[in-house]
Design a binder for this molecule. Structure first.
Ligand SMILES: Nc1nc2c(c(=O)[nH]1)N[C@H]1C(S)=C(S)[C@@H](COP(=O)(O)OP(=O)(O)OC[C@H]3O[C@@H](n4cnc5c(=O)[nH]c(N)nc54)[C@H](O)[C@@H]3O)O[C@H]1N2
Ligand SMILES: Nc1nc2c(c(=O)[nH]1)N[C@H]1C(S)=C(S)[C@@H](COP(=O)(O)OP(=O)(O)OC[C@H]3O[C@@H](n4cnc5c(=O)[nH]c(N)nc54)[C@H](O)[C@@H]3O)O[C@H]1N2
Ligand code: SF4
Ligand SMILES: [Mo]
Length: 747
């Protein structure tokens, strides 16, 4: 979900360039695809009041940004599996028996039951899980209502994907930066592998930068698609990214390759950091990472001396035991080399002054300190909770004009595994109502058995969805959602960039599908807090957000494909950095005050258990699907019909398994079934497990293992006990977990 705009590619007042209509009766709408979370600018062709085709934008800057998932969207959303009407559970929870009800009935019952739970246990007994990535139109309203009602217990998939990075970057230099691909001389990818059908805008930006001469450094245990076109490929051991960064810093400090003037004037803690880095000589790092020491040196030199380099955000280090240190180390590398807020480096964009941000809509200031203090996880793993981010409130206001910049919605959330424990009855207080919007919770964190127990222990479970997902199968109410074809939208990469792009509504939602806006508006009203969502419609809310820009939403969407605010570079020279010291904190005062090591470190794996001799990671996204979704679309399913593990030929031979053979993969947490894929690109001993598999064609309900989610989901294998949680954030380690492969006939 990186911001996809090369700021310098555009005239900020870029106007419409829609192609002439191709056939009579077809009109076009400017849209942003939200099948995945990168939001390509596309064109929707509308005929007879239906979106009949999605095609690439006519704008030369965007023309190559489209993938098969975007093109298939009208068919995917018209599939008979699409939820059309509100459903109420009639049998036991998870029995798969439903009756159709009206929105009015649902909302009256939700209002009464949620009201009762709040009256009995307090508002903190209400947990909400979402993923801005997918609902894409929460508009900050979920947080706004929770803040007014008094619950701090909001979580999201962003805890494992960019939201947590945003929170940690803020600790170092006060904002989560955007890489300037268009002007950079060097790109470093920590595992991150954009492809032709995976986040294609980033893929295209990397290709363009390489064509202009930028160097590409790839760190990946697997010979990935990006590794194949890299100038330098470091095949590091899974989970050792933080150690690699420490090694790079050692080279950069020893060889004097850092920006001394910047470090002197704009950082604190350099000497302490240097002492810590001295504990990681390159030979030691080579041992930990399994990479050649000379290659490590070369890569560090290329990065530091390129003049303007970028380390684009990567989800890979968001999902590691050393996530906080790895993310801090990437920030530190950017800073000490002088690449922060410069052309070709990492831009700190701030808010767009002409448009009301979602951070502002969320109104975190109305939630009392007492309720904030109850946020689950804040005592044990506080980094992205209110407590963890508190020291940044005043600095954020000073530099960015807002106390609660909730970048990627990841800066003020509860810790997912702490919420699940409280829901399961193992927390400091009970959580008894659970809502999920656009989040397939069961499959989207670690330790599925815990999440299952947690959801089954609720008094009220409400799911807002497009399809009957494994998570929805556990609900009391499943409420049908609209899709991105069926609503307007306006996006700024979730508070990451100051660039807004509009998306026009292409058609009416089918059946009784409603938007997230309507869902929150109705929920607010049901709780007697209709005042919290005063806008009659989403369009009216957008009109309000755009008042300063002087345009209504439709006019805005017709006029601008891109509405950029140019913040300029090196703004810190006048306003400082939004950290407590006003400088880049190489030694983090925020972490120190929270009782953690203020310097980055590397924590190695626990003692290996000989019963689990292999290592696994979850990932390598499939071209055809977005995360846990999309398996219902026949054209996509035909291309990748089953979940497939990847292993090297030698690892397959040692396990006695052959291409296409179904096997069990087991970890200390659980077991899944999966097909074998032998890949030369995999290193020996490492197993790739794809994320998020379930099969919509299988029977639903607990008796059928939630349409196979409990048979195929990667999260069945992922633990969330302390050895496998990042200390500061409490997010799970998904890159480098012990496992074994068992032949089915041997089991
Ligand atoms: N175990 C494990 N967990 C992971 C990951 C992993 O690799 N392994 N990956 C992590 C990453 S990178 C991410 S981004 C997150 C993603 O986590 P999620 O956000 O849960 O992603 P999806 O699996 O796509 O689930 C989104 C759901 O939203 C529904 N949906 C789509 N659009 C809309 C909409 O407009 N409105 C509503 N109401 N629903 C909608 C879809 O049908 C789908 O079921 O998961 C993270 N969690
Ligand atoms: N088609 C499609 N595209 C998508 C998505 C999708 O579901 N489908 N999801 C989108 C989302 S939300 C995200 S977050 C991105 C994720 O996409 P990417 O960031 O590209 O991540 P992955 O595809 O999971 O894996 C990328 C690489 O990480 C390597 N790797 C594994 N463990 C480690 C490690 O410990 N360190 C390092 N350095 N590398 C490691 C793997 O070998 C693999 O080559 O994709 C986005 N694009
Ligand atoms: S990469 Fe594909 S699925 Fe993602 S926004 Fe672009 S077209 Fe849509
Ligand atoms: Mo993600």
């Amino acid at each position: 979900m990186p911001a996809i705009i090369d700021l310098t590619d555009f005239d900020p007042d870029l106007k419409t360039v829609n192609r002439p209509l191709r056939e009579p009766g077809v009109s076009t709408r400017r849209m942003l695809c939200a099948t995945c979370d990168i939001a390509c600018s596309v064109v929707g062709e509308v005929k007879d009041e239906r979106v009949v085709r999605i095609r690439a934008s006519d704008n030369p800057a965007f023309r190559e940004n489209i993938c098969m998932k975007g093109v298939i969207a009208p068919r995917g959303f018209a599939h008979p599996n699409r939820l059309m009407f509100p459903l109420k559970r009639v049998g036991a929870r998870g029995s798969g028996q439903w009756e159709r009800v009206t929105w009015d009935e649902v909302m009256a019952d939700i209002g009464a039951r949620l009201g009762e739970i709040i009256a009995k246990h307090g508002p903190e007994a209400w947990g909400v899980s979402t993923s801005q990535w997918n609902t894409c139109t929460d508009h900050g309203l979920g947080r706004r209502l929770m803040n007014h009602v008094g619950s701090p217990n909001w979580i999201s998939g962003v805890a494992l994907c960019a939201g947590n990075t945003a929170a940690i970057n803020r600790m170092t230099y006060g904002w989560f930066p955007n890489p300037d691909y268009a002007n950079t001389n060097c790109i470093v990818l920590f595992g991150h592998t954009p492809k032709r059908h995976s986040w294609v805008p980033i893929y295209n930006q990397i290709k363009r930068a390489q064509a202009k001469g930028a160097k590409l450094i790839v760190l990946d245990p697997r010979r990935s698609e990006q590794a194949e076109v890299a100038d330098i490929w470091l095949p590091l051991r899974a989970g050792t990214d933080a150690a690699m960064c420490l090694g790079w810093l050692k080279v950069i400090f020893d060889e004097g390759l850092y920006d001394k003037a910047f470090v002197e004037a704009w950082t604190i803690g350099f000497e302490e950091l240097k002492a810590r880095v001295d504990e990681y000589p390159v030979e030691r790092v080579a041992n930990i990472t399994g990479c050649d020491p000379e290659m490590i040196r070369q890569a560090a030199r290329v990065y530091a001396t390129a003049g303007a380099s970028i380390i684009p955000w990567t989800p890979i280090t968001d999902m590691q035991r050393n996530s906080t240190s790895a993310i801090r180390l990437q920030s530190i590398l950017r800073a000490v080399c002088g690449f922060v807020d410069i052309k070709g480096g990492e831009t700190l964009q701030g808010f767009n002054p002409m448009i009301v941000s979602e951070s502002e809509i969320e109104m975190h200031e109305v939630l009392s300190e007492e309720q904030k203090a109850k946020q689950l996880g804040s005592d044990t793993h506080p980094a992205f909770t209110y407590r963890g981010q508190k020291a940044l409130l005043e600095p954020s206001e000073r530099v960015w004009g807002h106390r609660y910049p909730n970048q990627i919605t990841g800066c003020f959330m509860a810790t997912p595994s702490a919420l699940f424990r409280a829901m399961a009855g193992e927390g400091p207080y009970p959580v008894k109502a659970f809502f999920a919007l656009g989040n397939n919770t069961i499959l989207s964190f670690a330790n599925t058995p815990l999440i299952l127990k947690a959801i089954l222990n609720q008094d009220l479970v409400v799911i807002h969805e497009q399809f009957m997902t494994p998570t929805a199968q556990l609900a009391d109410y499943v409420l049908p959602s609209d899709s991105w074809l069926e609503r307007p939208w306006m996006m700024d990469s979730y508070g990451w960039s100051s660039v807004y792009r509009p998306s026009q509504k292409g058609m009416e939602p089918p059946g009784e599908c409603k938007s997230t806006f309507e869902f929150w508006k109705l929920t607010a009203k049901a709780l007697g807090r209709g005042d919290v969502v005063p806008w009659p419609t989403l369009e009216a809310m957008y009109d309000w957000r755009l008042e300063k820009a002087g345009l209504g939403f439709e006019e805005f969407a017709e006029t601008y494909e891109v509405f950029a605010h140019r913040a300029g570079f090196k703004k810190y020279e006048t306003v400082g950095f939004a950290t407590p010291s006003g400088k880049v904190e190489l030694k983090s005062s925020v972490l120190e005050d929270l009782g953690f090591d203020p310097l980055p470190y590397f924590r190695d794996d626990p003692e290996p258990d000989p019963a689990y001799p292999l290592m696994m990671f979850t990932g390598v996204r499939e071209d055809e699907y977005f995360q846990t979704g999309g398996r219902h679309i026949p054209e996509m399913r035909a291309r990748t019909p089953e979940p497939v593990l990847f292993v090297s030929p030698a690892t397959a031979a040692a396990a006695g398994i052959t291409e296409g053979e179904w096997v069990f993969v087991e970890s200390p947490t659980g077991r899944i079934e999966i097909e074998t894929g032998i890949r030369e690109s995999m290193p020996d001993g490492l197993v790739r497990i794809p994320h998020g598999w379930w099969k919509p064609e299988l029977a639903s309900g607990l008796g059928a293992q939630l349409s196979g989610a409990l048979r195929f989901g990667d999260s069945m294998l992922c633990p969330d006990d302390d050895d496998y949680l990042d200390r500061e954030q409490g997010i799970p380690h998904l890159k480098g977990l012990p496992c074994r492969i068992i032949k089915m006939d041997a089991a």
